[in-house]
Write a protein that binds this ligand. Structure first.
Ligand code: ADP
Ligand code: NA
Length: 277
């Protein structure tokens, strides 16, 4: 897993301050986050053998992220400690449940891909809160060594066409899909061998040259959808690494992600196989 690791600093506020204004909020919650770290934790919780490639800073938040990855069973020997501060997401939540977020990438900008024992990996999963050229280099290197590249193109970023062509699958949510292509089959015009689109409560769709296969999500009581897309990507990768065909892996991932939305937070809500409904 290659991607970001951020500390999420979350505070509830009665309303969003205007410029020059101060608003008093509740107590700060400090939570391990970042799309990359979330995905790695989700993949490990459902039984994947996962290494996380990323960067944190030499500070307390770096330690928090390292220990949260390790306690989920993620290997961290490829997690670098850079001289910049750990990435932080400053999140304010208003009573209507809406989030406003400022992300300071910090150490995530320092992620580099070292020489890797590619033969020991089956799948490379990347997401885009780290420099796109790093992701592009990793996808090319993985494909050259027979490692299956999966890219969660979130947030949407311009990626080199030769890199898009290697993806199997490209993973996006419905909004990202709409900004990339007019229709679901249209995603394949970007070049990937396959695509998976997450559709929130409606589950997911698997797009291959043979057509579109819908994968419904189980009906659940929604508590907090933070990090649901990351849970999906992690669970999908674990099953692809175990040799599942894409539709079966996507069906498993919708169950894992649906279970994650029934609990608060991102990483703390990610299920183990015995939590699945
Ligand atoms: P993102 O969090 O990236 O916006 P989605 O909202 O599409 O992504 O959610 C990702 C996955 O989480 C879905 O494919 C689905 O499996 C699960 N999920 C999200 N919201 C719900 C919901 N309300 N009910 C059941 N499953 C959900
Ligand atoms: Na959750």
């Amino acid at each position: 897993m290659l991607g970001s690791a951020n500390a999420d600093l979350v505070v509830s506020v009665p309303r969003r301050p205007a410029g020059g204004e101060t608003v008093l909020g509740g107590d700060t919650a400090v939570l391990p986050g970042g799309k990359g770290a979330n995905t790695a934790v989700a993949a490990a919780r459902v039984g994947g053998s996962v290494s996380f490639l990323g960067a944190v800073g030499p500070d307390q938040y770096g330690e928090l992220l390292r220990s949260s990855l390790e306690s989920a069973g993620v290997r961290t020997e490829l997690l670098r400690t850079s001289s910049r501060p750990t990435g932080i997401a400053y999140i304010t939540v208003t009573p209507d449940g809406e989030n406003s977020i400022v992300v300071a990438p910090g150490a995530n900008s320092d992620v580099v891909v070292p020489e890797l024992p590619w033969e020991s990996f089956a799948v490379l999963v990347c997401s885009l809160e780290v420099p796109v050229d790093v992701v592009e280099g990793a996808v090319r290197a993985a494909a050259e060594r027979g490692v299956r590249p999966v890219l969660n193109l979130s947030p949407v970023t311009e990626v080199a066409p030769d890199v898009l062509a290697l993806l199997d699958p490209l993973v996006v949510n419905e909004h990202e899909a709409a900004s990339l292509a007019g229709t679901l089959p249209g995603l394949l015009d970007l070049g990937p061998k396959s695509a998976v689109v997450t559709l929130g409560a409606r589950g997911a769709a698997v797009v291959t040259p043979e057509g579109v296969t819908e994968v419904p999500a189980p009906e659940v009581e929604v508590v907090d959808t933070t990090g649901a897309g990351d849970a999906f990507a992690g669970a999908l990768a674990t099953r692809l690494a175990e040799g599942d065909p894409l539709p079966a892996a996507a069906a498993f991932a919708t169950r894992v992600a649906a279970t994650s939305v029934t609990k608060p937070g991102a990483q703390p809500s990610y299920p183990t196989p015995s939590d699945l409904r």
